[in-house]
Design a protein around this ligand. Structure first.
Ligand SMILES: NC(=O)c1ccc[n+]([C@@H]2O[C@H](COP(=O)([O-])OP(=O)(O)OC[C@H]3O[C@@H](n4cnc5c(N)ncnc54)[C@H](O)[C@@H]3O)[C@@H](O)[C@H]2O)c1
Length: 387
């Protein structure tokens, strides 16, 4: 009899089980209930530049973060400023909505501790330069620049003024990828033989965006290669790419939409990146790390994946998350909180200058391979090594 025979003592008389550390939301809920203020509990003044696809995500997260005080919204499309104010129920006495032409107000305001830069990539340099020169910390959308020389110059300035310059590689903050990295680094799969990243985009970016995106390697591939580096902590010495423009409008821009990249690492590990600008069934995002002792993988996510339809023909589930704002919701929230922790001094920056520079150098090499059809060799100095 499998009923009374296995009855446990009442849960009220036994010690409660330990809560899994992976459930961060529950731990935050417990903190919210305890109401114990952390030692560092000051609010940081923030200005956000650009409220488009990426900026909209950051704006919502800034408004939801109790440690942040939004002081300025800088947006060049001036007819959107009033709409933004109304939509987010902003009090114009506390949040100033201005155009890029008035951005000196942000730089000269001592209450602004940091700026979030989510404007098109070719505008990053001017904003970062001014923000750093006015001693503001910078949280910048990736890539910092599509020009390695500009990225080097901006990091040198950040070091000189002793302010963090953060390149927002949000996927590092996705709970499943962070968990995989932790376990790979703990040796759970042994020596890694292959890392596979699948990145198929939905919805397809607009042509207006693609025209100013700096191309697929600096706009999209940088995320994929960052994930490979994040998992392995090693730099590739050879890369090759087979890249195609299958969509006529993308071909006309001189860009690619269907990209495969192979990365060879000195340790004998291979990286395989499969990247496409379109995916009819959602935002396909998978990571697999295969090693001598086992394999770790993060599958697609589906907000309604727990709902199943049973019919005579099939059992089907809800679709995978459709877009990057849905797939990486937690990652965007966690990366902003990480930046607050960095300003507090309770965390060291997870996207380092070395990683950002390495990603930039690899993207340039992969683009060269796509254009020439050749394997491109990469040389690294000991100073460039990443962890
Ligand atoms: N991490 C991610 O998942 C992710 C996703 C999308 C875009 N991005 C990055 O974010 C950046 C912006 O891309 P997007 O897709 O949001 O672009 P977008 O065109 O949707 O938005 C950019 C906004 O910036 C405004 N703008 C332009 N120049 C400005 C200036 N000098 N000052 C103030 N506002 C200005 C534009 O009017 C627009 O509203 C790019 O660097 C892109 O690579 C990152």
């Amino acid at each position: 009899m499998a009923t009374n025979k296995y009855q446990l003592p009442s849960p009220y008389v036994t010690a409660s089980p330990l809560q899994p550390t992976e459930d961060e939301v529950y731990y935050r809920h417990l903190d919210d209930l305890k109401l114990e203020s952390p030692k560092q509990n000051t609010k940081y003044g923030v200005a956000i530049f650009g409220v488009g696809r990426a900026g909209t995500i950051h704006l919502r997260n800034i408004l939801n973060n109790r440690r942040l005080d939004l002081l300025y919204i800088v947006e060049d499309e001036e007819d959107r400023l009033e709409k933004i104010e109304k939509y987010y129920c902003l009090d114009p006495k506390s949040v100033r909505l201005i155009s890029g032409k008035q951005s000196s107000l942000v730089y000269s305001d001592p209450k602004v501790r940091f700026v979030v830069v989510s404007t098109p990539t070719d505008t990053h340099e001017a904003i970062i330069d001014q923000a750093l020169k006015h001693n503001k910390a910078v949280f910048c959308e990736k890539p910092i620049s599509s020009d390695v020389g500009v990225t080097v110059k901006l990091f040198a300035l950040a070091r000189q003024v002793n302010q963090p310059l953060f390149s927002a590689f949000n996927r590092r903050f996705d709970p499943s990828y962070a968990n995989i990295r932790k376990r790979v680094r703990a040796g759970e799969v042994g020596k890694v033989l292959t890392v596979k990243v699948c990145n198929r985009d939905a919805p397809m970016p607009s042509l207006e965006f693609l025209k100013i995106s700096s191309g697929v390697f600096y706009d999209a591939f940088v995320h994929d290669v960052d994930l490979v580096l994040y998992s392995l902590g090693e730099l590739p010495d050879k890369v090759v790419s087979f890249s195609h423009a299958t969509v006529p409008e993308i071909k006309a821009l001189g860009d690619y939409d269907n990209v495969s990249v192979l990365l060879s690492f000195p340790s004998g590990t291979n990286g395989i990146i499969d990247l496409c600008r379109q995916c009819s069934y959602g935002n396909e995002q998978r990571l697999e790390v295969f090693g001598e002792k086992g394999m770790l993988k993060a599958e697609n996510r589906a907000a309604l994946g727990n709902v199943e339809l049973y019919t005579l023909e099939a059992v089907s589930k809800g679709p995978i998350d459709y877009s990057f704002p849905s797939r990486y919701k937690e990652a965007y929230e966690r990366e902003l909180q990480h930046f607050v922790d960095v300003l507090d001094g309770t965390a060291t920056i997870l996207v380092t200058e070395k990683t950002t520079m390495a990603v930039s150098k690899i993207a340039t090499a992969v683009e060269e391979s796509a254009r020439t059809g050749k394997i491109v060799q990469l040389r690294w100095t000991a100073d460039e090594a990443i962890e």
